[in-house]
Design a protein around this ligand. Structure first.
Ligand SMILES: *[C@@H]1O[C@H](CO)[C@@H](O)[C@H](O)[C@H]1NC(C)=O
Ligand SMILES: *[C@@H]1O[C@H](CO)[C@@H](O)[C@H](O)[C@H]1NC(C)=O
Length: 594
């Protein structure tokens, strides 16, 4: 029997050993399963965040995540607009694999009442985590479709994609929600309706005149029918703004519409309350909560407390308000004693929009030193976004990772952490980030984290990046680039986004080559004269592109094409009787029964 003094001396050592073992199982992931809190901003630029170099905007809560955790400086979205980027994020796959990418200029889902959306056959990380016993919630923006055949089949609904709980906008924020800015969609519709009205009115008048003067042998029936039709078109056009607000700017809790249209002065506090109540309800864990902010997308709905407070106009106010929301959510996590058992991630779905201007007033994001922005498939500003991870006691604080990583990596990373398995029956493009985050990647023999990443604009491959680890270089090859308007402006002013194809896009042969390691802003394209490796690099990347293309299935159903992406009146979600889509908002969000 050990003497008490010896035992006494041993005990701390045993305890330390025990703790060390415990921490290292945490560190290895599958041993202990963290809660997972994913925070995604909408349209936030990398240059809008303090810890990524912004000195005049206040984002203390986001910056604190970087100080307490790992900051990725080369974190890349799979697309430069919402729908495809979010599809890729949730599935870990390039959106071209799931048909969640357009080829006709639509770019994203255009209405809530369309039949396209994330196919039910796709596997989201939420689906896998739910199977592994996680309670899964999505709060905020979805924009990945709703129905297929009837206004309540909810085939594309978050609850059909692995989420136990949903509260938020099935669609997305947009200028139409407030009438504050005319969207391209609304302008186009208005023009078409006005044209139809003129044609119909002209026809009705001609028939009436013919009938009255006895020159045309017609009855009153066609004349009256056409008049009624013309009046309907006129009314629709007159009330178009209101119709659009009711059609797409509404909130749902699970399968029920709770507010149509939304009362924006309440939205931020409703979303926050919902997030806090989810955390409280599920604090026994494990849970996955995906907070998908409506900030900082136009029309920049901002509470009184933040209006006029930033140094960057309404856009800056909105960024600062979102940062405050991040703080509120993290504060709740702390109060509930969940900080140490929760992996927190913060990102943006793609870069800031440079074209978003009202008059001369900029209200889109800022992408720092990176060229281009939202909507540009290849230029860095459209796809390089913030990427922060925090798990106190497990991930090192203040670590910075410069290796190229992708938003698609979240899929395998959280699946592995939850003890799940990455699907084997399909291509998964994301790679498990965990070893990189822990700093335990054996650098000697392994390939880089991502050796190549492909950058699409709609279905067209605009660029590809190659990480040549042995030389410590990241190369970027551009096959197609948009022509800026005006020339050299760095954006396509006068349009909402730059086009992906057509006469205002340049095809490069040989492609443009940049060395992102030395020229992250893509200012100076390399030539065979300035870069001796030019041809070797370009042909190496071409081989990767060919291999990638061979791996793509041809027969994917196009979810964002004209057929599935056109408004269908019978798919319009409506909480009254169509077309009177209006319902009293809840005053107090009721507790969710599940
Ligand atoms: C900070 O963000 C604002 C708002 O987007 C932008 O106008 C400003 O240029 C940024 N400042 C820096 C130093 O990046
Ligand atoms: C291309 O840009 C020019 C100049 O802004 C514009 O007039 C033209 O309509 C654009 N073409 C297309 C197909 O958008």
């Amino acid at each position: 029997m050990p003497r008490p003094d010896r035992f006494g001396r041993c005990l701390p050592a045993v305890l330390t050993l025990f703790l060390a073992v415990k921490v290292s199982t945490c560190g290895e992931g599958p041993g202990s399963r963290p809660n997972i809190l994913l925070l995604m901003a909408d349209d936030l630029g990398l240059g809008d965040v303090g810890c990524y170099g912004n000195t005049s905007i206040r984002t203390p809560n986001i910056d604190q995540l970087a100080a307490d955790g790992v900051k990725l400086t080369h974190h890349i979205a799979a697309a430069s607009v919402c729908t495809p980027s979010r599809a890729a994020f949730l599935t870990g796959r390039y959106p071209i694999r799931s048909g969640m990418i357009s080829y006709n200029g639509y770019r994203v889902l255009q209405w809530t009442g369309v039949a396209g959306g994330l196919p039910p056959s796709e596997i989201t990380f939420a689906k896998i985590l739910k199977e592994k016993g996680y309670t899964t919630g999505l709060i905020g923006k979805w924009h990945l479709g709703l129905n297929c055949k009837s206004p309540s089949d909810h085939c594309h609904h978050p609850l059909n994609h692995g989420f136990d709980h949903f509260y938020g906008m099935p669609f997305t924020m947009m200028g139409d929600c407030t009438g504050w800015e005319l969207s391209e969609r609304r302008v186009g519709l208005q023009r078409r309706l006005d044209f139809y009205f003129q044609v119909l009115a002209f026809a009705a008048l001609t028939l009436a005149a013919g009938k009255l003067s006895h020159l045309l042998p017609v009855s009153w029936v066609p004349t009256l029918s056409i008049t009624v039709l013309a009046a309907t078109v006129f009314t629709t056009s007159y009330f178009l703004g209101d119709l659009l607000v009711h059609a797409d700017c509404f909130l749902m809790r699970n399968h029920v519409i709770t507010e149509q249209p939304m009362r924006f002065e309440k939205t931020t506090s409703l979303l926050l309350k919902e997030a806090e109540s989810f955390l409280k309800r599920n604090k026994q864990g494990p849970f996955l909560l995906f907070v998908s902010f409506l900030h900082v997308h136009a029309p920049l709905i901002t509470g009184k407390e933040f209006l006029g407070q930033s140094r960057h106009g309404l856009y800056g106010d909105n960024v600062e308000e979102m940062d405050w929301m991040v703080g509120r959510i993290l504060g709740c996590l702390e109060e509930e004693g969940l900080s140490d058992s929760t992996l927190v991630y913060f990102t943006s779905d793609h870069g800031g929009s440079l074209e978003s201007q009202l008059g001369s007033h900029q209200y889109g994001g800022w992408n720092g030193i990176y060229k281009g922005g939202k909507g540009m498939g290849g230029w860095e500003g459209g796809i390089r976004v913030p990427g922060l991870f925090r798990w106190p006691g497990v991930l090192p604080a203040g670590r910075v990772i410069r290796e190229p990583t992708s938003l698609m990596d979240i899929f395998p990373t959280v699946v592995e952490l939850a003890g799940g398995q990455v699907p084997r029956d399909r291509a998964i493009d994301g790679q498990d980030l965990w070893p990189l985050l822990l700093g335990s990647t054996p650098h000697k023999h392994l390939l880089p984290h991502h050796e190549v990443l492909f950058h699409y604009c709609e279905h067209l491959l605009h660029a590809a990046r190659w990480h040549q680890r042995d030389r410590g270089r990241v190369w970027k090859v551009h096959y197609m680039t948009p022509i800026f308007q005006p020339e050299g402006a760095g954006a396509c002013y006068g349009r909402q986004v730059c086009p992906c194809s057509g006469e205002n896009v340049t095809t490069h042969d040989p492609p443009l080559l940049f060395d992102l390691t030395r020229d992250p802003g893509e200012r100076q394209a390399l030539t065979p004269d300035t870069e001796p490796e030019f041809h070797a690099v370009v042909s190496r990347v071409q081989r990767e592109v060919d291999r990638h293309r061979q791996g793509l299935l041809r027969s994917v159903f196009q979810q964002l094409g004209t057929y599935l992406n056109t408004w269908r009146p019978w798919l319009q979600p409506c909480c009254g009787t169509f077309p009177l889509c209006w319902c009293c908002p809840e005053d107090e969000p009721r507790e969710d029964p599940q």
